[in-house]
Ligand binder design. Structure first.
Ligand SMILES: Cc1cc2nc3c(=O)[nH]c(=O)nc-3n(C[C@H](O)[C@H](O)[C@H](O)COP(=O)(O)OP(=O)(O)OC[C@H]3O[C@@H](n4cnc5c(N)ncnc54)[C@H](O)[C@@H]3O)c2cc1C
Length: 470
């Protein structure tokens, strides 16, 4: 389908300014900051950045854009890894940064209502002060917005025990592309009333509506955490140990995998030699949490039993204080920045049933040999979620731009699907993965997606060019 959009004219700019005020409209060189997220080196500036301060201003802007056929792209904190906020058709970049208030933390019902521009870690810190816990914690939690997390259905380190963002969203206030405002559900833990629009909006990547208010479920904060760090000589052994830990009746609160190259990248980035990686194949970080320390030590023993069946490099290290644990997590949390800040890369967010992780890793390494690329792999192994960073190094441009995306990556995705997995566990499809969607879905399935999009957004003004293949 070819869609013709109109440009943002001076008259339209005047109308936008009359809605949000002069100070909340950017058309000068500051627009460059809103032209990219953290996805490779893509750059698509909007024609204008608009920073509304409330829902009714957003509604007015969308009404106007819908009438004038101007594309609107919601913009969060721009930490996305699939190019979801890129303004690929120009138009209005609608930044949610001014909607940044925690409206209420409801201690009676263990809920919080927040605006979409609240930084995830800020929310976590605020609820922790009341002994409460909001578990979804992408490694970008210090900078990403909760609205972006909802739009991407973000995961993170603790998804293995606590689930992803979708498991905590009770109700959303959403502005539809025609400017109408709806509540998608109710502020209740249960809801079987009609189609589940809340869950449809979660992970919709800003293509169906703009999320302007979020009611979240909270849980009591676990009192204790223990963290075990284990080095393996073989990365495949590390992967195989993952599913055996669960089989031994332990549900870790985090279970992360880093192969040797990832550890090397992290250490270089932190300028600190934490590990001698010469003989390391990979490292697992295994955390357990709960309210009874005795039980946690029993879990650690059970994990230990499993680890001893594999070729470990040295003794696993137990971190039993917050400081020691943070010291260990530091390396894992920096990996995204370590790889993205220092290389030309493409990141794939593959996820498979966790017992198939070793097969996926072996396949990725073989494809790397076949096409001559280095891959740096790490991720949420407990979820079967492997982040595959393909590094350009000295590959020539033609190979990088044509062979890798059109031949090597499809092979990885086809194999991922064959293992029962899928092509994105938590980063979304956005702009960069959309043309791989036919690997996952047949025409009937894709037509359903297109029909949903048409129903919400008949003029295709909201975040066009995302999720659905060309
Ligand atoms: C170093 C690093 C580590 C990361 N680690 C993780 C991780 O562990 N787990 C994980 O899941 N992700 C991770 N990410 C990816 C990223 O942080 C998440 O996808 C995050 O949810 C994006 O939030 P954002 O506010 O930056 O959104 P943006 O990147 O600005 O936007 C993302 C998408 O959401 C849409 N959007 C934003 N706000 C709204 C709204 N209010 N209404 C409707 N649509 C909206 C945008 O249009 C876009 O499609 C990481 C990223 C980096 C850079």
């Amino acid at each position: 389908m070819i869609i013709m959009y109109n440009r943002v004219t001076n008259q339209l700019l005047d109308k936008i300014i009359s809605i949000v005020g002069n100070n909340e409209v950017i058309i000068d060189e500051r627009i460059k900051e809103y032209a990219h997220d953290m996805t490779e080196d893509y750059n698509f500036p909007p024609e204008v950045v608009v920073k509304p301060q409330n829902t009714s201003q957003i509604s007015e802007i969308l009404k106007l854009a819908n009438e004038e056929k101007i594309p609107v792209t919601p913009i969060g904190a721009r930490t996305g890894l699939s190019g979801g906020m890129l303004c690929v058709y120009g138009g209005i970049g609608l930044s949610l940064e001014k909607l940044n208030q925690i409206i209420e933390i409801d201690n009676d019902n263990l809920q919080a209502t927040v605006e979409p521009g609240v930084i995830t870690q800020f929310l976590q810190n605020e609820v922790e002060k009341l002994g409460l816990y909001y578990p979804p914690d992408p490694s970008s939690k210090g900078s990403c917005f909760i609205g972006g997390n909802v739009a991407e259905n973000a995961g993170g380190l603790h998804a293995v025990k606590y689930g992803t963002t979708k498991d905590y969203i009770l109700n959303l206030e959403v502005v539809l592309p025609n400017g109408e405002i709806i509540q998608t559900g109710a502020n209740t833990l249960k809801n079987s009333t009609g189609y589940h629009l809340t869950q449809l909006l979660v992970g919709s990547e800003g293509t169906l509506g703009i999320i302007t208010k979020i009611t979240l479920k909270l849980i009591p904060l676990p009192k204790y955490r223990l963290l075990l760090k284990a080095n393996f000589t073989s990365p495949y052994d590390a992967c195989k140990a993952v599913s055996q830990i669960f089989q031994n009746n332990v549900l870790p609160s985090a279970l992360e995998f880093m192969e040797k190259d990832a550890i090397d990248f992290g250490q270089k980035y932190l300028h600190s030699l934490i590990e001698d990686t010469q003989n390391i194949g990979a490292q697992l970080l295994i955390e357990v949490d709960g309210n009874h320390l005795d039980n946690l030590y029993q879990d650690i023993e059970k994990i230990y039993e499993v680890l001893l069946k594999f070729n470990l490099l040295g003794e696993p290290i137990l971190a039993d204080t917050y400081e020691k644990q943070e010291e260990i997590w530091k390396l894992r949390r920096c990996l995204g920045h370590a790889v993205k800040g220092t290389t030309i890369y493409k990141e794939e967010d593959t996820v498979v049933p966790r017992a198939k992780l070793a097969d996926l890793l072996a396949f990725v390494k073989n494809i790397g040999k076949e096409y001559g690329f280095q891959s740096v792999c790490y991720g949420h192994a407990g979820d079967g979620n492997l982040h595959v960073n393909i590094i350009k190094n000295d590959l020539d441009d033609k190979t990088w731009k044509e062979t890798i995306p059109f031949y090597a990556i499809p092979k990885i995705f086809e194999f991922t699907k064959k293992l029962g997995g899928t092509i994105s566990g938590e980063h979304g499809i956005g702009w960069v993965q959309k043309n791989y969607m036919p690997i996952m879905f047949n025409k009937t399935h894709l037509d359903l997606f297109k029909g949903i999009k048409r129903l919400f957004d008949p003029n295709h003004i909201l975040n066009p060019g995302k999720i659905l293949p060309n």
